[in-house]
Ligand binder design. Structure first.
Ligand code: KG4
Ligand code: ZN
Length: 342
């Protein structure tokens, strides 16, 4: 399909605990990006409670959509398409955004574009860096995913490595809870680590044989928990900052090494970061340092575009739209949707 005029797309994202609607012009310019976070609701449970998330999405979806339109100063009929995350994620949560998106697309008789959540995270980089084009390597690290993706083109992805157990963000959240920092753990560990010594405790780093670029964080999590347990049995106090810094360094070392190796393997000179963990200051800094030594540039989105948001969904939907990859109103939520699967 030829793009003859400006294309305005509304993105909708409800795969976890953020209710978000955004309007993006020509895939790269954010006109409005409304994100209503439910973090405070889930905090007392130490993690996202799926049923509470779904119910809250139902309450927030329409007000968030209205606000996105108001902020953009446009009417529904001005939109050219609706993009929506249909997986992976929590099924009840996904269904709320998907139903809203289908209703809107039907009401204005405009195309519906289904977006893979990880594709959305990757696309956040296109918004931040207007000149960015594939191919590149993207490290997608969030509460639910740790993937090294070769982004061959706007709609062609190859997973080069992924976690075999916990996601990186999940490990941050679990360790933060164990040391009493609260939820979500990533930003809190990031902050505490800034005051600690990353060499204080030598936690394990897992690398797989045979050139595998996969990750494993469950052994690291157990090592930290054992360390805490041993100290408490001896009646010794632990230093939250040192534990945070040493744990964070162990995660970052593996993420950096495998991602840089992936870029070298695929002979690309660009690495992008995506997902909530991409906000991590230590990861950003050390990825840049190690990549630079191999002549590779590192790009990442601003923190608001790293965590879940609908602007990234609208951006990914734009590339589906210009290719004419539309979905009909039978599109269903796919909680375990794999990247590249339609
Ligand atoms: O992308 P996201 O909003 O949701 C998922 O798709 O999972 O990522 C949320 C995750 C949480 O696990 C959170 O602890 C982590 O990203 N996170 C961080 C930081 N900010 C958020 N992890 C490490 N350092 C950070 N600064
Ligand atoms: Zn996400």
């Amino acid at each position: 399909m030829e793009t003859k005029k400006d294309i305005l797309i509304m993105g909708i994202e409800t795969s976890c605990d953020e209710t978000s609607a955004s309007i993006v012009l020509n895939g790269r310019k954010v006109v409005s990006n409304i994100i209503s976070s439910q973090i405070s609701l889930h905090q007392k449970y130490g993690g996202v409670v799926p049923e509470i998330a779904s119910r809250k999405h139902v309450e927030l979806m329409i007000p968030v959509i209205d606000e996105a339109l108001d902020k953009a100063g446009i009417k529904l009929k001005d939109l050219d398409a609706i993009g929506v995350t249909y997986g992976p994620g929590l099924v009840g949560a996904l269904l709320v955004g998907l139903s809203a998106a289908k209703g809107l697309a039907f009401a204005i008789d405009k195309p519906l574009v289904g977006v893979h959540h990880i594709e959305g995270h990757i696309a956040a980089n296109y918004i931040q860096h207007e000149e960015l084009e594939p191919p590149f390597i993207c490290l997608v690290a969030s509460g639910g995913h740790s993937h090294i993706v070769y982004v061959e083109s706007y709609d062609k992805f190859q997973i080069l490595g992924q976690t075999r157990d916990d996601a990186a963000g999940e490990a941050f959240d679990k360790i933060a809870r164990a040391i009493g920092l609260g939820y979500p753990g990533g930003p809190l560990i990031d902050k505490a680590a800034g005051e600690g010594d990353p060499k204080a405790i030598n936690f394990p780093r897992v690398y797989f044989d045979g050139g595998s670029l996969d990750f494993s964080f469950s052994g690291l999590k157990t090592a930290v928990l054992n360390h805490l347990h041993n100290l408490s049995q001896k009646g010794e106090a632990y230093d939250i900052n040192d534990i945070s810094a040493s744990f964070q360094q162990a995660v970052v070392d593996v993420l950096v090494k495998n991602t840089v190796n992936a870029a070298v393997k695929m002979e690309v000179n660009k690495i992008t970061l995506a997902g909530g963990v991409a906000s991590n200051r230590c990861l950003r800094k050390q990825m840049k340092e190690h990549a630079k030594a191999k002549g590779i540039e590192v790009l990442y989105p601003s923190p608001v575009l790293c965590t879940d948001n609908a602007a990234m969904v609208a951006c990914a939907a734009y590339y589906g739209f210009i290719k004419g990859t539309f979905c009909d109103l039978r599109l269903n939520a796919v909680p375990g949707l794999r990247l590249g699967e339609k």
